[in-house]
Design a protein around this ligand. Structure first.
Ligand code: ADP
Length: 478
């Protein structure tokens, strides 16, 4: 059984309390145990990070790049083994687990290269003989707080740019699924990240996460999780003038216009709304469908949903795996009742099965939805979508934009003009044309509008904005 210690100043440290890392599908066989970090561990991790920071910040690009590339190679070589652990602790299907580990490896490789790229600019001046120089320096010690739904990809896409740009890190993964992040830290540590540059403190948000937010030695926090916790963190960090980057919820819409290719529309809905059991901030839980194609679309999607194969995370044929936790299942089932009480019709209604084992929940497709219903406004995070019928593009856009969130939106159409208008007018951080709302790539900026994100974008070269701070120098040759 895995025993997960915390990494502080390059040493694996135990704690008084341990907790099990559960396999939701097989509660009798835990994935492992972790030592629950304390606020004192956070204190020591921050102090180790501060000591290690100057050496890492001034290390040559090659030193940082080499470590990331070496770790990427190990993750890729062990993708099957680590994907299995990920799938066990999160209840994703095995192919999704393995795919996510490979993605983490790709992200590390991308930032291994990024470490070599110029992080500055030379500008002209209004004065003769003067040059203006802009250099991007690391922000210092970065706190990384991550959720359970992508337990290795999200830690990777925050830790890799943090390290590539010369920061030291304290990582706190979600306590429900910490084994994947532990392996990421272990692999990076053995690949040669110097002692203290990467620290790992596994524990609850209310103690460990909170201690990170309050600590004056942490110069910025990057967080992915729920909106209430994100708001709390933003307030605390702003109060001490630290940097903050938040990725929060979504209530993403897939718009299907009259001229859409029906198969494309159904495929986009299937992948976007139900893929990964709907447990993604990029899930399309609102299907906004034009009148002329509504009945054909709904019928075709319902038929696909009724014939989906679902099952245990270990079932290689399952389209999606079990719901990740009992609490999440309660939430999903609660929303089925909310939708019916609000007057929507469950054309396909998911049943839960598997007491004491994998808790699989079948897909739900609500029709006759209105955008002011709670099921159209609140993030469910399960295999549930609501169809909202509209006249055409004008009404579709006003439905898309009538949301507190604005992460991603998608349109299925054959019209270039409609697609172009959609890209301009949908109030989101990312838009898709004839593609599902999920499926962003790691080398492009990731983030949303309104309550979906706060602070600079993540991923790709955009990550430089959060993980560095610029210094401008004015230089006269003589
Ligand atoms: P989710 O619904 O994905 O569990 P949360 O926002 O509760 O979303 O959790 C995301 C991450 O934030 C987890 O690592 C969690 O432990 C952490 N967290 C929760 N509460 C706090 C808090 N008060 N301060 C800092 N981090 C927290």
């Amino acid at each position: 059984m895995l025993v997960l210690r915390n990494l502080i100043g390059g040493r694996w440290r135990e704690a008084a309390e341990t907790r099990e890392v559960l396999n939701p599908s097989d509660p009798a066989t835990p994935v492992g145990r972790f030592f629950v970090a304390t606020p004192e561990d956070v204190e020591d991790a921050v102090s180790a990070a501060r000591t290690a920071l100057p050496g890492w910040a001034s290390a040559p690009a090659a030193a940082r790049g080499t470590v990331l590339a070496k770790a990427a190679a190990e993750l890729r070589a062990r993708a099957d083994e680590l994907g299995r652990i990920l799938s066990d602790e999160e209840d994703k299907t095995l192919p999704e687990g393995v795919g996510e580990v490979r993605r983490a490896a790709d992200i590390l490789d991308f930032y291994a290269q990024e470490a070599y790229r110029p992080t500055g600019e030379l500008l002209g001046s209004s004065r003769p003989g003067v040059e203006v120089e802009v250099r991007h320096h690391p922000i210092g010690v970065v706190g990384v707080i991550t959720p359970w739904n992508f337990p290795i990809a999200i830690p990777a896409w925050k830790v890799a740019p943090a390290l590539a740009y010369g920061n030291a890190v304290v990582l706190k993964p979600a306590e429900q699924a910490p084994a994947s992040a532990w392996h990421l830290a272990d692999v990076l540590h053995r690949a040669g990240v110097p002692d203290g540059v990467l620290n790992l403190t596994i524990g609850p948000g209310s103690t460990v996460g909170s201690a990170m937010a309050e600590h004056e030695g942490i110069d910025g926090v990057t967080f992915t999780g729920s909106t209430p916790v994100g708001k709390l963190l933003a307030g605390r960090l702003a109060a001490r003038l630290a940097k903050v980057q938040l990725e929060l919820g979504g209530k993403n819409a897939l718009v299907v216009l009259d001229d859409a290719d029906l198969d494309t529309a159904v495929e986009c809905a299937l992948q976007g709304a139900y893929g990964s059991t709907g447990q993604r901030c990029t899930a399309s839980s609102r299907l906004v469908v034009a009148r002329g194609i509504h009945d054909r679309f709904v019928e075709a999607l319902a038929a696909r949903l009724r014939s989906l194969r679902l099952g245990a995370a270990t079932d290689p044929e399952a389209f999606y795996g079990p719901v990740a936790s009992g609490a999440q299942l309660e939430q999903d089932l609660g929303y089925l009742q909310v939708g019916e009480a609000e007057g929507a019709t469950a054309l396909v209604r998911g049943q839960a099965w598997g007491e004491g084992g994998p808790r699989v929940l079948g897909p739900t497709l609500f029709v006759g939805g209105r955008n002011d219903m709670r099921i159209a406004q609140e993030e469910i995070f399960g295999p549930v979508a609501v169809v909202i019928e509209v006249e055409g593009l004008d009404e579709a856009l006003s439905v898309v934009n009538d949301s507190q969130y604005g992460l991603v939106a998608s349109v299925v159409t054959r019209s270039l003009a409609a697609a172009d208008r959609f890209k301009r007018e949908a109030q989101v951080g990312m838009s898709m044309v004839n593609l599902p709302t999920a499926g962003q790539e790691f080398h492009a900026p990731f983030g949303g509008a309104k309550a979906s994100s706060y602070g600079p974008r993540e991923q790709g070269r955009a990550a430089r904005e959060f993980f560095t701070q610029s210094r401008t120098s004015y230089v006269k040759a003589k």
